[in-house]
Design a protein around this ligand. Structure first.
Ligand SMILES: [Zn+2]
Length: 229
């Protein structure tokens, strides 16, 4: 089982050092470090951090979008009048999950068919993880769910669907994919770094910022792989 400290981290990333200090070594930090130059969705605010020093006290001012880096999409992102990110329930976002490895150029309905029954939280590990966070500014050919795959997944009524890039949808399929998932009650976790995370069952911790009425929010996320039963 890989440890966070064994993983190939993006240049400038600081997650490995932090995770390596965790006593049991079992939790993997699958959030991407927020840093200047991190890829962002076209049209979204580029991440910036301005540090201020005054009277020996350091503070910082951030510029970022609600969908910057690792983040959660609340239903309100695509469904007018639906729940905002401040209404996120831990039972929905945190708990047993399953990492599904997808090798192709899109996540297809046949891939969803490989999921065990009863999985409540699905994390899609694609080739994005190996490219996305190193090859800025934005991956045009990122791997995401086709509309058909999203409908197949939505039919399983998951509470959360995660993926390792800034959109859960294949290029050109953003609306049908988000509407299928969010409309079925699944919250979406985007911008994960799942390098080195094995396919199979795991525990997930995912805690988005409590932004009142927010359409989404940056989140910290950890997974702890489980030995297969
Ligand atoms: Zn998003």
């Amino acid at each position: 089982m890989p440890h966070a400290s064994d993983r190939d981290r993006p240049a400038g990333g600081e997650g490995a050092g932090w995770s390596a200090g965790v006593a049991d070594g079992a939790w993997l930090d699958v959030s991407v470090p927020l840093r200047e130059g991190i890829p962002h969705w076209p049209g979204e605010t580029a991440y910036q951090c301005r540090v201020r020093e005054a009277d020996g006290v350091r503070t910082s001012e951030l510029s970022l979008g609600t969908h910057t880096g690792t983040h959660v999409d609340a239903p309100l992102h695509f469904l007018p009048g639906a729940a905002g990110v401040d209404e996120a329930a831990p039972a929905r976002l945190c708990g047993d999950a399953f990492v599904l490895r997808v090798l192709g150029p899109a996540v297809e309905a046949a891939d969803i068919g490989r999921l065990p029954t009863g999985v409540r939280r699905v994390l899609l590990r694609t080739r994005n993880s190996d490219r996305a966070w190193a090859e800025g500014p934005h991956l045009e050919d990122h791997v995401g769910l086709t509309a058909e795959a999203a409908r197949a997944l939505a039919a399983r009524r998951p509470s959360l669907v995660g993926i390792d890039y800034l959109s859960v949808a294949a290029p050109g399929a953003a609306r049908p994919v988000h509407e299928a998932l969010l409309g079925a009650g699944a919250w979406v976790l985007e911008g994960l770094d799942l390098r080195g995370v094995p396919e199979g069952p795991c525990e997930l911790l995912c805690l988005p910022l409590r932004i009142e009425g927010g359409d989404g929010a940056p989140a910290r996320a950890f997974v702890r792989p489980r030995a297969a039963a």
